[in-house]
Design a protein around this ligand. Structure first.
Ligand code: MLT
Length: 257
């Protein structure tokens, strides 16, 4: 499936995959900062933003295949660096699993390699069914409190507004499809154990969704893994702390080239 994407700059390619239920606009700082030396591509994943929204569920492997198809169609030559936040990280790990030869490096932000517990998977089904029933993603805007810590919510009303707007604009069919798809994903810690390329893990010390131990486990599993913990940051490090996040990404990319 061909995805809608933003593209900036020239140079080695870096592909950035957004979280749930957001869109490619979450990467605006990185699109600007990285494009001095890189070709930066940020797609809307299936069911999000302006990309197609077929009926679900959307397994992470299908989202990964969409990204590959889109990159191939527009002539982005592998190997490239793939970075993903949270759900985008699940997709990046599916790419590392299915298409390891296409990767030059992996950036995993505010994400985890583990599968859902039975309880978490069941909870996703409850949320998917509710969204379908309501025909709206309005109920998902309550996630803002989990995505952004209180200090940043108070200090940055424009950030809260941007995140809530992305959530509201996500189609109910897309949100339900991806909730069910995330519930299907396998544990991919072993994929990291055998990955031959450098892996940068970025985490926020105040992330209410992904605990620090999950970030540490990924960095330790990858033979060429490293962890950057951003103090005070929540689940959306690229948006909430773009300075520290951009510096970590730039340093990682500089060492790759
Ligand atoms: C995300 O930010 O992409 C989601 O919180 C991921 C998830 O629900 O596991």
């Amino acid at each position: 499936m061909r995805l809608t994407f933003d593209e900036h700059g020239t140079g080695p390619a870096v592909v950035l995959l957004h979280g749930f239920p957001l869109d490619r606009s979450m990467w605006s700082s990185q699109l600007g900062m990285l494009s001095n030396h890189h070709r930066v591509i940020a797609p809307d994943l299936r069911g999000h933003g302006q990309s197609p929204t077929p009926s679900g569920p959307y397994p992470m492997e299908d989202l990964a295949a969409d990204v590959i198809e889109t990159l191939d169609t527009v002539g982005v030559e592998p190997p490239y660096v793939v970075g993903g936040l949270s759900m985008g990280g699940y997709v990046a790990l599916a790419m590392a699993d299915r298409y390891p030869d296409r990767l030059r490096g992996l950036i995993l932000l505010n994400t985890r390699a583990g599968a859902d517990s039975t309880e978490a998977a069941a909870n996703r089904e409850v949320r998917a069914a509710a969204i379908e029933r309501e025909g709206s993603t309005e109920s998902l805007t309550a996630m803002v409190d989990l995505l952004i810590p209180e200090t940043s919510r108070q200090a940055r009303p424009e950030l809260v507004e941007h995140v809530a707007a992305m959530i509201r604009q996500t189609s109910p069919i897309g949100a339900a499809g991806v909730l069910r798809g995330m519930a299907l994903r396998p544990d991919r810690l072993d994929v990291l154990r055998t990955l031959a390329v450098p892996v940068l893990v970025i985490a926020g010390s105040e992330d209410a969704i992904v605990p620090e131990e999950d970030a540490q486990a990924m960095a330790e599993a990858a033979p060429l893994g490293e962890l950057i913990m951003i103090p005070g940051a929540g689940h959306l490090t690229p948006m909430e702390t773009p300075g520290a996040t951009d510096a970590a990404i730039r340093s990682f990319l500089d060492r790759l080239t």
